[in-house]
Structure formats: structure tokens, C-alpha cells
Write a protein that binds this ligand. Structure first.
Ligand code: HEC
Ligand code: HEC
Length: 293
């Protein structure tokens, strides 16, 4: 193996290895590589000394600075709760009307209520509380279970058809067709009658006979819950069928499906999952968004 041979072009020594006439240069490691190796090595040593670093069985090297992430987070949470307590205690103490009359509290309600709604309710009711098919709009002033602050607070706390809550509200639209309570002609007739309440076109021409038959079916089977004039009953969660707001849709197919298969909307109970203050925040946020008095 040749030793101390110099490459005439670069001036570097070769390693003495040769492949097909090409000789490998013995180029030194560039200085930036040394620089960063040494700098990062030094940094690591300094960091080990200052910060918590090495595990020692049951404990660990604490570091000279005494940094403790857990203590930092605990401090931050405590401080955030203290900041929040300055106004949450007032939310708890005041009634809905007083809260809504207080601009500083309402600012907190709008910020925190929006966040709470986004985290817990938007998945079903939509991010703007505008609802989806089967999930009611909460800001249109139209309520299945009543729109007074107490009624809304109760709905949020106990849920609807919620298996988790023993005192849940129970919403039971029977499956008149599927369960054989009504034959198919009767379901079609009562579908026509229900639709005629908001769409007079259904009664015209050949529809008139079906609507008349449907009125009788309605009187015999539906008034107990939806009321004699179909205006609904908030103590049963039975919707007003004579307004133009539909939970499951007002087209012939949707109304037929509601009556044939029944409906049983489920809303979780929040009494155990959200604190009383958070539920009140949501209530006031909803009233504010819906601009209910
Ligand atoms: C899993 C879906 C779901 C989630 C999440 C949900 N809801 Fe509901 N909510 C429903 C359904 C479905 C109904 C309608 C039930 C029925 O048919 O009577 C409803 C009804 C309501 C009602 C009654 C509306 C009326 O017209 O009387 C209120 C108020 C309400 N929800 C508030 C909330 C709030 C506040 C949250 C968040 C803390 C929330 N909901 C989260 C599904 C949900
Ligand atoms: C035991 C009470 C009860 C009876 C009886 C009843 N309903 Fe209902 N109905 C309800 C409830 C409660 C709802 C709401 C279901 C939900 O929110 O999931 C409802 C929902 C509906 C809907 C859907 C409304 C919408 O906005 O989408 C229609 C349509 C309807 N009922 C028609 C009828 C007709 C027609 C009859 C008679 C053949 C009838 N109901 C009998 C309780 C009842």
C-alpha cells in the first residue's frame, strides 16, 4: 500500500486506495462539522447540569434550575381558574336576566359559551347552533320542550331519551306503520293531512279525499300528543306540525317516514358532564344567540 502520496491537483494526501486508476483522497473533516459536534456536545453537558435529565431508578437528576413542568402547569391552571372565578361566581349567583344585562359578563358568556358549545354541542346541533336534520335549531325561537330559561336548562341537564339519566325527558313518536297500529292507506292519508296544514296545495284536486280521511285518522291517533289543532305539546316534546319548522323534513317522504317508522331523537344528559356554571353559560349563550328576550 502506497504511503504519503500527494494528489497534485488538491494538494491533499491520498489514502493509498485505488479503484480502476482513481485514487481516494484523504480529505480532512471540514471545520463546521467539528464546530457543531463540539458545540452541541457542550450544550448537552450544560443542559444536563441545569435541567432535569438523567433517570436514577426511583428519582432523577433535578438540575440546578429546579424546573418542574408539572408545577408550572398546576400553577397555570390555578391562575386560569382564579381569573375565571372573578366572573364565574357572578354567573352562578345572578339570574339569566341580570347576566344578560351585564355587558362584561356577556363578553365572557360569548367567548366561553361559544367554546363550550363548539366542544360539546356543535357536533349535533351545528357550529352556529342552527341544527341539522333530526337535530333541532336552537336559535330559531321554536322549541320542542319549551323555551323559558328554566325549561331549556332542564333539557340540557337531563337530556332527551338519554339512557344515562333516570329523569331524562322522553320523546316517543310511535312507529304507526311499522308496528301495525295503522295500515298503509291510513299512514298515507294522515301524511297528506299533516302536509296540508302547511301546504294548501296538497288539498287541491284528488288530494282532498285523502286529506279528509287523514283528518279523521289524526283525530283518533295523534291529538293526544300533537293536540287537536296539531300545534304540538311541549310537555311531551311533540312538535307543532302546523308551523313551517320541521325537525325531520316536511316533504312527503320525510313526513311519511316520521309516521311509518316513528322518531326517537336522543340528546345526551349534561347534568353530570358539565358543571352548573358551564350549563348556565351555554343557556345564556343560546338565548343571546337566539336573541330571545
Ligand atoms: C349526540 C347529539 C347531541 C349533542 C352532542 C347535543 N344534543 Fe342537544 N339535542 C339533540 C337531539 C337529537 C335533540 C332533539 C331530541 C328530540 O327529538 O326531542 C336535542 C335537543 C336539544 C334541546 C331542546 C331543543 C328544543 O327545541 O326544545 C336543547 C336545548 C339542546 N339540545 C341543547 C344542547 C346543548 C346545550 C348541547 C351541548 C352541551 C347539546 N344539546 C348537545 C342531540 C344532541
Ligand atoms: C305518544 C305521543 C305521540 C303520538 C301519539 C304521535 N306523535 Fe308524532 N311525534 C311525537 C314526538 C315526541 C315527536 C318528536 C320526535 C323526536 O323529536 O324525535 C313527534 C314527531 C312527529 C313528526 C315529525 C315532525 C317534524 O318536525 O319532523 C310527525 C310528522 C308526526 N309526529 C306526526 C304524527 C302523526 C301523524 C301522528 C298520529 C298518527 C302522531 N305523530 C302521533 C309524539 C307523538
Amino acid at each position: 500500500m502506497g504511503v504519503s502520496e500527494r494528489d497534485p491537483h488538491s494538494g491533499h494526501q491520498t489514502t493509498g486506495h485505488e479503484w480502476n486508476g482513481i485514487k481516494e483522497l484523504n480529505t480532512p473533516v471540514p471545520w463546521p462539522v467539528w464546530f457543531f459536534l463540539i458545540a452541541t456536545g457542550l450544550f448537552a453537558v450544560v443542559y444536563w447540569v441545569l435541567m432535569p435529565a438523567w433517570p436514577l431508578g426511583r428519582t432523577y437528576t433535578q438540575g440546578l434550575l429546579g424546573t418542574d413542568q408539572r408545577a408550572i402547569v398546576t400553577r397555570q391552571v390555578t391562575r386560569a381558574n382564579e381569573d375565571r372565578a372573578s366572573w364565574t361566581s357572578r354567573i352562578a349567583a345572578l339570574d339569566v336576566k341580570q347576566i344578560r344585562a351585564d355587558p362584561t359578563l356577556m363578553k365572557a358568556v360569548r367567548d366561553d359559551g361559544h367554546r363550550l358549545f363548539g366542544d360539546n354541542c356543535a357536533g349535533c346541533h351545528g357550529s352556529d347552533a342552527g341544527g341539522n336534520k333530526g337535530f333541532p335549531n336552537l336559535i330559531d325561537g321554536d322549541w320542542l320542550w319549551g323555551g323559558s330559561p328554566d325549561q331549556i336548562a332542564e333539557t340540557i341537564a337531563v337530556g332527551i331519551n338519554s339512557p344515562a339519566a333516570t329523569n331524562s325527558r322522553a320523546s316517543q313518536m310511535l312507529a304507526f306503520g311499522r308496528d301495525g297500529i295503522l295500515d298503509n292507506d291510513a299512514v298515507i292519508a294522515v301524511t297528506d293531512y299533516v302536509r296540508s296544514l302547511t301546504d294548501p296545495g296538497v288539498t287541491r284536486g284528488a288530494g282532498a279525499k285523502s286529506v279528509a280521511a287523514g283528518r279523521a285518522v289524526f283525530a283518533a291517533n295523534c291529538v293526544a300528543c300533537h293536540g287537536p289543532d296539531a300545534r304540538g305539546n311541549q310537555s311531551l316534546g311533540a312538535p307543532d306540525l302546523a308551523d313551517r319548522t320541521w325537525l325531520y323534513g316536511g316533504d312527503a317522504q320525510s313526513v311519511y317516514t316520521s309516521i311509518h317508522d316513528g322518531r326517537r331523537g336522543e340528546m345526551p344528559a349534561w347534568g353530570e358532564r358539565l358543571s352548573a356554571v358551564d350549563r348556565k353559560l351555554l343557556l345564556v349563550w343560546l338565548l343571546d344567540k337566539g336573541s330571545a328576550p
